[in-house]
Ligand binder design. Structure first.
Ligand SMILES: NC(=O)c1ccc[n+]([C@@H]2O[C@H](COP(=O)([O-])OP(=O)(O)OC[C@H]3O[C@@H](n4cnc5c(N)ncnc54)[C@H](OP(=O)(O)O)[C@@H]3O)[C@@H](O)[C@H]2O)c1
Length: 295
């Protein structure tokens, strides 16, 4: 696969291509229950690998269990180079709510559930998803939970540990206990709170994996984004992806989609180079968002 910006970067002790795939959109509406079109969900996963994707992001709390079961059905036995990253720290209520699940027993059970549903003997990378804040990072201790993951790593059930929805202070504290291979936080061209963090992680060779790279449940919309896309003859989502790839070398992408057409469109953005004028226009989007969003 020759792609302008799809060079490999270390993740979980291996090299992955920078364009990966986030599986959350494969579950049913509200990330709950089975997909509306199971055959399409399987086809999307297989097409991702056919395009060269070798990094898939998932969790057993998508569905729950559904996306992991789809990944197993579509892709097992897994190719040697595929890195599957899962996350633990939450459980779904019967009402589809997202609840913290941080006790030793809950974290251990979550690892075993992921192993079972993915059909694996060990998990490549497990992200601890902080629930101190549900929607954005909030300070609070993670050391006990990291200690549990470190124990599970000792047992060989987990190979590498990552963090999600965390602050720089929490990352520092975790790194005093175990090596951290990646950080997964909300980041896209309209939400750039982690700009400084990304650069400092890059210096340490730690992957930064933005979730909601396209805006998540409310895909990015902005006049500036649309105008850049129009000028370059591509779609706004392709611009959003190319911008992330150009933003920093340690950014790994996991855009989510339940659509084969969108998957192919998103992948094509790895060929797109944004000229300086476009980058300057796109930089202004986050400045506008900051002014408009009380924090
Ligand atoms: N750690 C965390 O707390 C956390 C939180 C959220 C997500 N994640 C992970 O991050 C991954 C990415 O986030 P995400 O999937 O929520 O959000 P996203 O990648 O920002 O956006 C997904 C949304 O964009 C749409 N989309 C994708 N490609 C498109 C295109 N070319 N044109 C128009 N619409 C397009 C999708 O709809 P279609 O299905 O119709 O394409 C879907 O509604 C997830 O899959 C999950 O693995 C982690």
């Amino acid at each position: 696969m020759s792609s302008l910006q799809n060079f490999a970067y270390p993740l979980g002790g291996r090299l992955v291509r920078r364009f990966g795939y986030g599986a959350m959109q494969l579950a049913g509406p509200g990330v709950f229950g089975p997909p509306r079109e199971p055959a399409t969900a399987l086809a999307v996963l297989r097409e991702a690998l056919a395009l060269g994707v070798n990094h898939i992001d998932t969790s057993d709390f998508y569905g729950p269990h559904i996306t992991n079961q789809l990944i197993r059905e579509a892709l097992a036995p897994y190719p040697e180079d595929l890195v599957i990253v899962t996350k633990i720290g939450a459980r779904r209520g019967k009402d589809a709510s997202w609840n913290p699940a941080f006790s030793r027993g809950e974290l251990t059970a979550a690892v075993h559930d992921n192993l079972h549903n993915l059909g694996l003997d060990s998990l490549d990378v497990v992200n601890l998803r902080s629930m101190h804040g549900i929607h954005q990072p909030e300070e609070g201790p993670l050391e006990d939970a990291i200690g549990v993951l470190a124990d599970l790593r000792q047992q060989g059930l987990i190979l590498h540990i990552g963090l999600s929805n965390v602050t720089p202070t929490q990352i520092q504290a975790a790194r005093r206990i175990v090596p951290i291979t990646c950080v997964q936080n909300l980041y896209n061209l309209a939400h750039r709170d982690d700009d400084a963090l990304i650069d400092s992680l890059a210096q340490d060779g730690i992957a930064y994996v933005p979730f909601f790279p396209l805006g998540g449940f409310t895909p990015l919309q902005s006049e500036a984004l649309s105008s850049v896309a129009l000028e370059l003859g591509v779609t706004p989502m392709q611009v959003a992806i190319a911008w992330l790839l150009q933003r920093a070398p340690n950014i790994l992408l996991i855009p989510g989609t339940s659509s084969l057409t969108h998957l192919r469109e998103n992948f094509a953005a790895t060929q797109l180079a944004l000229p300086p004028q476009a980058l300057a226009t796109l930089d202004r989007i986050s400045q506008t968002t900051r002014q408009e969003t009380p924090r």
